[in-house]
Design a protein around this ligand. Structure first.
Ligand code: DAH
Length: 345
């Protein structure tokens, strides 16, 4: 081959490479062009390079110089095409519009409040209408508020370490329930009765909703953590008939329809007399908690004059109320964090 023919072939190659590489629209096409021009075995550059050997010796320097320029130009066009296709995602799959406005949208999945939290808000709202304000107390308690001030003596079974989550005393690795500074996860919200009465003078009309802890094995009706609603009304001339009216109005509001209520005689150290509270619901008497008239010893523990003031208190299980209302049969479902279950409420 003559030198002019060789140079013409090189010009044709660089022109074709530049044209096809600036218009190629997808990565597959680009790969084909790369192989066609720069392929190590049968690429066009390779073929032309082989021809160089048949040129006159004095023609080779000029041919080699031009060959190198063309090879670099083809490589540059390849690099530019690669960069262009990488920065443009649509070029890869070039069919169809970017956005199809006729497709249904993707709904954002918003969360919502846990059924127990919803129940707590609902109970607060009902009791608020009956004049009860909401208070809170700590979940880590001392034995004064959890037991002593509530008239629960040292030898009472409710204080058994096997029935409570006592905490290891600070600095020590052991648990001593009898120590004056013993602490525990509260086993009842009745603690808040004491905390409120210590800080305020009658008249008082409060509720407190929150978690309580007991080392029960979990089954369909027990869980080592659950919630209670505590209520307390202290004033002059508070009576048991008011207790019954408040609990009945509450149940009628929460469970709907006209709910009958039954008091069964019972015993709690902090109330006298004490009752278990049952509601007649779906043809059954169902126990929802305990109640009674605040024991004079409790009033004395917080410095109230039990000759002047009387009060009633009650404690209801929040899970039980929530489960009855929504026909939930296993308390563990509430705390499994399975959104397929929780999404229903
Ligand atoms: N604290 C009791 C419990 O956890 C429930 C209770 C009963 C609360 C009677 C009260 C009450 O306020 O008067 O079993």
């Amino acid at each position: 081959m003559s030198l002019p023919a060789f140079l013409t072939a090189l010009d044709a190659l660089v022109a074709e490479a530049s044209r096809s590489l600036t218009t190629v629209g997808d990565v597959e096409g680009l790969e084909e062009l790369r192989v066609r021009f720069t392929g190590a075995k049968n690429g066009q550059l390779k073929s032309i390079q082989k021809i160089m050997g048949s040129l006159q010796a004095d023609e080779r320097p000029a041919a080699g110089k031009r060959f190198n320029e063309v090879r670099d130009a083809v490589q540059l066009s390849l690099d530019e095409a690669t960069a262009r296709l990488q920065s443009s995602p649509t070029a890869k799959k070039s069919q169809g519009p970017l956005l199809d406005p006729t497709l249904p949208g993707i709904r954002p999945r918003l969360g919502h409040l846990h059924p127990i939290t919803q129940t707590i808000e609902h109970l607060k709202e009902i009791m608020g209408r009956l004049g009860f304000t909401t208070t809170e107390g700590p979940e880590i308690e001392d034995t004064w508020h959890n037991f002593v001030a509530l008239n629960i003596p040292e030898d009472h079974p409710a204080r058994d370490p096997l029935d409570n989550f006592y905490l290891a005393t600070a600095g020590k690795n052991s648990v001593d329930p009898a120590a004056p500074d013993a602490m525990l996860l509260r086993s009842q919200t009745s603690t808040v009765q004491i905390r409120v009465m210590e800080q305020r003078q009658p008249p008082l009309r409060i509720i407190s909703l929150g978690r309580v802890y007991r080392p029960d094995a979990a089954d369909a009706t027990h869980f080592p953590m659950f919630h209670q609603m505590e209520g307390l009304w202290v004033d002059r001339h508070v009576t048991m008939s008011q207790l019954k009216s408040v609990l009945r109005m509450f149940a009628t509001s929460y469970l709907g329809s006209d709910v009958h209520i039954r008091f069964r005689p019972s015993f709690f150290p902090f109330t006298e007399p004490s009752v278990e509270v049952d509601y007649f619901w779906n043809d059954n008497w169902v126990e929802f908690g305990g109640a009674g008239m605040v024991d004079p010893n409790v009033l004395a523990a917080v410095g109230y004059d039990s000759e002047e003031y009387s009060g009633f208190a009650f404690g209801l299980g929040v899970e039980r109320l929530c489960m009855r209302r929504y026909a939930i049969t296993d308390i563990r479902d509430l705390f499994r964090s399975d959104v397929r279950f929780l999404r229903q409420f």
